[in-house]
Each structure stands twice: as structure tokens, then as C-alpha cells.
Design a protein around this ligand. Structure first.
Ligand code: ADP
Ligand code: MG
Length: 703
């Protein structure tokens, strides 16, 4: 959406018409009117009902056209078959936007009807939220324009949910979880207004500190990425449908295809979106992100009065990517002053079960202000000698006094007193959780967020010299042949046009030519079959490596041809390619797919014969920066192999990352042509010695 401000009317309308308003309890048209009144909505409420002149004590109108005042937004609850005529009337009335609660559109296969209502609304300059939604709820606007029974617990995060039922359930659970929201937005079928639009609007909303998303599937992944990358506020997302079975369930639910889990994960990374592992995690992380600043460095300090929770937190810190380091000497010396002799100042800082409010306050005040410390997690086990609420108030006061822009998170383990103390903490801006690992996970969200942002702030846009014309010519000539795949030679020419380091290749049609070319390239060489009908050359006995002289080259030529004919009698054989024999190196795979949600997407993983079994791969949506490419190399389980294990020298990761960025540039630049591709294997040498692409495959888009 070009003009995000156009959504003001959806989220902060000064007047609302409810089309389908009702006096019959149990009807959605009843609930929406009731809820607007209950939430003390301050704007004008215009119930629209063809028969009743009065709805729940309010004057009702036969049509929205009969309302004399302005109507900024209209909530539509009438059956799907009446929607078009209602939209028409709203358009004529000058309504600015529509909240369409009614279901029965694309989610049940009525895609055409959905397209028609969007077109109709647009013809009047109106936007549609929905259809198939619960509505919009806003604490700061005292507005419950939905059929969810009440406004959520007030908070500083706003939630956008693709599932209506989940939104209603989450609304209720805000009170029991003590995690509040300012706005709840049900986004439904996203016929018009989509995730990217709402994220863009919430980024400018002064009552929203953190944007919380429950996602089943995007319609336009790239738009979401673009908006999220520019956002000034943290965004946290829970993506459902990540298992093969879950994806099918999500697809049938929303009518949109849920993309592969790994691709969504990659897109979130690249767009700076923090991920949640499950529903609990979404609430917990959202709370921390809405109340605390990002954790800008790796040094986490834990202060505890119990060894057990300290160890649990230490384990969690490693698990969630912020492993503990011992505090520097000066920190230890100072902290030692606020604990008994048998305490520990190392990290976790154990001020022992003897600790009362004073030791907590002194330790927190000192620690959070110290330049080495990037974030503090305070743990408390309820004891007989201490007062949980007093400690909570002391911690808060100490943090305020220090006046630094660093995050603090608290965990209390105990009974009712601890519960009350945590409630007080959250109400006063300090996230507090009932388990130490939950607190650490929340801190890890603040660290993840800062890390992703840092990486995005580095301006490492990739500008490569490329020869697009040449690549397009090669592709065009394959198409003229009536093919939708390139041979290895052609694919390598396309790769080379984008600066990928491929082997030297030459095509031989007859034996004599093969010998001559092998001599020119220099022994040892590799010889392979070139046939559009044989994609997996080894399977057909079409690859001979380490050919050391002319006699072997002659023999190989014959054998490969025989094997190919035996494999597929009518194979169209272009000839045999002679290649330099690349020295042994670590085998990796680069590849690309055209993701239905995000378009051209890169894959990287450990290659070789086990690639299909190990599935040790990671993804990024193209383009890919050098920084992101380096992260990919660190993400796979086999990362230590590239870093150099057992006395082996580290591999040339810089060059490999550079190649990934070039590859990504290629698939984006040629996205109209390339459907899938891979380079398998790519051989990676020692640091400084580069890499070599020894096999290449490109499948073209069908035209
Ligand atoms: P395919 O994957 O179609 O079976 P490849 O071109 O990948 O065929 O060749 C099979 C294997 O042969 C590769 O995995 C690699 O180990 C080896 N190989 C192929 N080309 C070369 C080369 N130019 N230099 C060194 N080894 C090679
Ligand atoms: Mg191969």
C-alpha cells in the first residue's frame, strides 16, 4: 500500500457504522454494537438494520446512506451474498474503509467473489480489512470493533493475527498471562490490507512498542520483508504450518500456501524479525521486546540468590545463543562487597539465600551501569528472610537510578508473594517470568533483535559486474532447441557470466577432438557426458575423473558414450565435455528455488553424496549480502568442518560467501528465466585458495 495513512480510518475511526447490527443476542451484529458500547468507544456508532429503528438503545438506520453525519469506517456482518450491495452503498456514502467480518470468501474457495469486492471497494477509494475476521480492538482508542468479548489487558505491544479463533483466545489469555496488548488486529483473508500494510501502520503508532504477529502464510513475502526491514520497532513472529502436515492444515484453512519453514526463517532473519518458537514464547518475547531496549552486546550478567536457578539460567543462556562469560576482575571485586563470603561474583553472581533487598539493589545498580555489562537477568527464589515485592521495587529503583539504555529481565520462583511482585514489575515496565529459562529466552529475543539490526545497518549491498546479455543468449538458444533445462556446459557459462568460479570446459564431438582438448587443458582431466536427457550424469556412468593421458582420454570417450546409450538409447547427446580436474576440497552445495511466497531463494549446505540424507542446508531470500552469506556458513550443523577441524586449515569462507552473493544476484536477475538451479558440488579450498564449481544445473521456467 502506497499510503499507509489511509489505514488511519481502519484503526482510529471517529465514527463507525455496523451493517447488520442486531438486537438478537448471539448474532455477530449484536456483539459488535454491544462491544463498542461496552468498550466506551467515544466516536459515533451508527447501527444499520433494515427493520429495527433502534438497536441496543441507539438510533438505527435502514441504510448507511440514511446516516446524516460522516461515517469513517463500516463494520460489515451481513451474509456474503449481500456484501457487494452494501459496499456499493458505503462507497456512495463516502466511507473510507471497511472491516469485513463476514466469511464465505476465498477461505471456502470463493476467490472470484473476494476479488470482486476488492475491486468494488477500490473503485470508491476504500480499503478492506478481511474478510473472514473478528475485527479490530484498541485499548488506546477505547474501541472494541469486533465480536471478541472484551478489550485485552492493556500493554505496549500490538498483535496481528491471521487466525480469528486464536485472536479471541489470546485476547482472553492476556489477563491470565499478564501480557498485555494495545491493539489486536484480525487480518483474515488479506484480500486487500496485508501483513506488510498493518506492520507499516503500527510502526508509526505511538501506542505500539512492539509488533507481534501470528502468521499462517503471506501473500506477498517480499513486501512484508521490505516493510519490516524499514521498521523502527521490534517485530516478533510466530509462523505456524512449519511441519509438512501443519503446512497442509494451514493451507486448507486460509486458502494461502504456507511456505517452507526454513525459507520463512530465512526471510525473518533478513528482515530483522525476531521469531517465536510457540505461543507461550510469542507472549513472553513480545512482553520483553515491548518493555526493554535491545541487548547491544554479548555480555549477559546473571544475579541470583539461588544456585539452582543460576545453573538453569546458565544452561538456557547457552541454549538460546547468549552464553555466559566470567565477569571482569573489577566487577567481581565490587560485587563481592554485596554478598557473604561464600557467595560467588563470577557469573552467575550468587548473592546467596541470605540476600535481602539491599544486596539485590546494590548489585543491580552497580552491574547494569558497568560498561562491560550489556544486559542483566535477576533471579529470585522465594525465601523466608526476604520480601519479594520490596526486592522488586528495589530492582526497579536501582535500574532507574543507573539511567542506562540496557535491558533488565527478572525471574521469580515462588508462591503468591512472588506472583504479586512479578505483577508489580510488569506493570512498572520490567518483564518478569516464573522460570529462569523463560527469562533468559526473553533476553535472547532482545539480543537476537539487536544482532539482526546490526547486520542490516552494515551497508554491504552487493554490486557485481555481470554479463546479463550473455546469460540471456545462452538461455534463449536452449529454448530455441525446445529445452527447459541447460546442459552443464551452458549452466556453467551462465554461472561464469555472474562471476562464479567454474572449471575450464570444452566440448568434444569426436574422439580426436577430445584428446586434443584434454592436452590443451592439461592432464589430469575429467570427462562427462553432455546430454539434455541425462541430468544425473554419474547415474548413467557418464563421469570419468582423473584421466591422466591421451590413451585414457580415448578410452573414456568410448566408455562414456557406450554407458550413455545403454542408459537411454534415444538420448540426445551433444558430445563430451573435457574439464580441468579440480583438486580435492570440501564439498558444498549451492542451489536455488523459486519459493511461492518469497520468489528466488538461495540454498547452501554441505554437499557430497550425503546431502539428501543429512539435509544440512540453510536458506536466504535473494539478494544475499556478504554478511548474511557469512551467517549462512555458520548456521549449518557442519559449520565446524568449514572452520577447520582436527588440525585441518579453515576453508576459504570469504570466497564461498562471495560466491553465494553472486549466485543470489544471478537468480534474482534471471528470475524470469530460472526456475531451479544448483552447483553440486562446489569444492572449497583452504583460506585464500578459493573455491571451484565443478558441476552446474539450471532448470528453466516453462514458457
Ligand atoms: P552428476 O552430479 O551429474 O552425477 P558431477 O558433475 O557432479 O555429476 O560429477 C560427479 C562427481 O565427480 C562430483 O561429485 C565430483 O566429486 C567429481 N567431479 C566432477 N567434475 C569434477 C572436476 N571437474 N574436478 C574434480 N572432480 C570432479
Ligand atoms: Mg553433481
Amino acid at each position: 500500500m502506497e499510503n499507509i495513512a489511509a489505514l488511519d480510518s481502519l484503526f482510529q475511526p471517529k465514527s463507525i457504522a455496523i451493517v447488520g447490527a442486531s438486537n438478537t443476542e448471539g448474532k455477530i451484529g449484536y456483539s459488535v454494537v454491544h462491544n463498542l458500547i461496552e468498550s466506551k468507544y467515544a466516536g459515533a456508532i451508527y447501527p444499520i438494520n433494515p427493520k429495527d429503528p433502534e438497536i441496543q438503545g441507539l438510533k438505527a438506520y435502514k441504510s448507511v446512506l440514511d446516516v446524516s453525519g460522516d461515517v469513517e469506517t463500516a463494520v460489515l456482518t451481513v451474509p456474503a451474498k449481500f456484501i457487494k450491495s452494501v459496499i456499493d452503498e458505503c462507497g456512495k456514502k463516502g466511507v473510507k474503509s471497511l472491516i469485513i467480518i463476514t466469511s464465505g470468501f476465498s477461505e471456502v474457495g470463493e476467490r472470484e467473489l473476494e476479488d470482486e469486492i476488492v475491486e468494488l471497494a477500490h473503485s470508491y477509494g476504500m480499503h478492506i480489512l478481511g474478510p473472514n475476521i473478528v475485527g479490530v480492538l484498541s485499548n488506546s482508542d477505547s474501541m472494541n470493533a469486533s465480536f471478541a468479548p472484551f478489550l485485552p489487558l492493556n500493554g505496549k505491544s500490538s498483535l496481528v493475527s491471521q487466525s480469528g479463533a486464536l485472536l479471541i483466545a489470546m485476547d482472553a489469555s492476556t489477563y491470565t498471562r499478564r501480557v498485555g496488548f494495545d491493539k489486536l488486529v484480525s487480518i483474515g483473508n488479506m484480500s486487500d490490507v496485508n501483513f506488510g500494510d498493518v506492520v507499516g501502520w503500527l510502526d508509526n503508532d505511538k501506542n505500539t512498542n512492539c509488533i507481534t504477529l501470528y502468521i499462517e502464510g503471506f501473500k506477498d513475502g517480499r513486501h512484508f520483508m521490505e516493510v519490516s526491514r524499514k521498521a523502527q520497532k521490534p517485530i516478533i513472529a510466530l509462523k505456524s504450518g512449519v511441519s509438512a502436515h501443519g503446512a497442509a492444515a494451514a493451507a486448507s484453512h486460509t486458502g494461502s500456501l504456507a511456505g517452507a519453514a526454513k525459507v520463512y526463517g530465512a526471510a525473518f532473519q533478513q528482515a530483522g524479525v525476531v521469531q517465536a518458537a510457540d505461543l507461550d514464547n510469542l507472549f513472553d518475547r513480545s512482553l520483553a521486546l515491548s518493555l526493554q531496549p535491545p541487548m547491544k552486546g554479548d555480555n549477559l550478567l546473571i544475579i541470583t540468590n539461588g544456585g539452582g536457578v543460576g545453573v538453569l539460567a546458565t544452561d538456557a543462556a547457552e541454549r538460546f545463543g547468549i552464553p555466559l562469560q566470567f565477569a571482569p576482575k573489577d566487577v567481581q571485586v565490587e560485587l563481592k562487597k554485596h554478598m557473604p563470603a561464600f557467595g560467588s561474583a563470577k557469573n552467575p553472581v550468587d548473592i546467596t539465600g541470605m540476600a535481602g533487598t539491599e544486596w539485590y539493589v546494590d548489585s543491580v545498580r552497580y552491574a547494569i551501569a558497568h560498561p562491560w555489562v550489556d544486559g542483566v537477568v535477576v533471579l529470585y527464589c522465594e525465601t523466608a528472610v526476604s520480601n519479594p515485592l520490596e526486592i522488586a521495587q528495589g530492582i526497579k529503583a536501582a535500574v532507574d537510578e543507573a539511567g542506562v539504555d540496557k535491558p533488565i529481565i527478572v525471574s521469580y520462583v515462588g508462591g503468591e508473594k512472588s506472583e504479586n511482585a512479578m505483577k508489580w514489575l510488569v506493570e512498572n515496565g520490567v518483564p518478569a517470568y516464573g522460570a529462569p529459562d523463560t527469562a533468559i529466552n526473553a533476553m535472547a529475543a532482545l539480543r537476537d533483535y539487536a544482532r539482526m539490526r546490526e547486520l542490516m545497518d552494515v551497508n554491504d549491498e552487493t554490486h557485481h559486474e555481470v554479463d546479463r546479455e550473455k546469460a540471456l543468449k545462452i538461455i534463449a538458444s536452449a529454448r530455441e532447441d525446445g529445452r527447459d533445462s541447460l546442459t552443464e556446459i551452458e549452466a556453467k557459462q551462465v554461472f561464469a557470466a555472474y562471476g562464479l568460479p567454474v572449471t575450464k570446459n570444452a566440448l568434444a564431438k569426436i574422439e580426436e577432438e577430445a584428446v586434443k582438448l584434454a592436452e590443451e587443458i592439461g592432464f589430469p582431466v575429467v570427462m562427462k557426458i553432455v546430454s539434455p536427457d541425462i541430468l544425473h550424469k554419474s547415474d548413467a556412468g557418464g563421469v570419468k575423473v582423473n584421466i591422466k593421458n591421451s590413451d585414457e582420454a580415448r578410452a573414456a570417450f568410448k566408455t562414456i558414450l557406450e554407458n550413455a546409450k545403454a542408459y537411454k538409447a534415444d538420448a540426445d547427446i551433444h558430445g563430451i565435455v573435457i574439464q580441468e580436474m579440480a583438486p580435492w576440497g570440501t564439498e558444498v552445495i549451492l542451489g536455488s528455488v523459486n519459493d511461492p511466497t518469497f520468489g528466488p531463494t538461495m540454498m547452501f549446505g554441505l554437499g557430497g553424496i550425503f546431502v539428501e540424507v543429512l539435509k544440512d542446508v540453510t536458506f536466504r531470500v535473494a539478494p544475499v549480502s556478504q554478511g548474511q552469506a557469512m551467517r549462512m556458513l555458520g548456521e549449518i550443523r557442519g559449520a565446524p568442518i568449514l572452520a577447520g577441524v582436527r588440525g585441518e586449515a579453515p576453508r576459504d569462507r570469504e570466497m564461498l560467501a562471495d560466491t553465494i552473493t553472486r549466485y543470489a544476484t544471478m537468480i534474482l536477475d534471471l528470475s524470469d528465466e530460472i526456475s531451479e538451479s544448483d552447483a553440486n558440488p562446489v569444492l572449497v579450498y583452504e583460506e585464500g585458495k578459493g573455491i571451484k564449481v565443478v558441476d552446474a544445473r539450471i532448470i528453466l521456467k516453462k514458457k
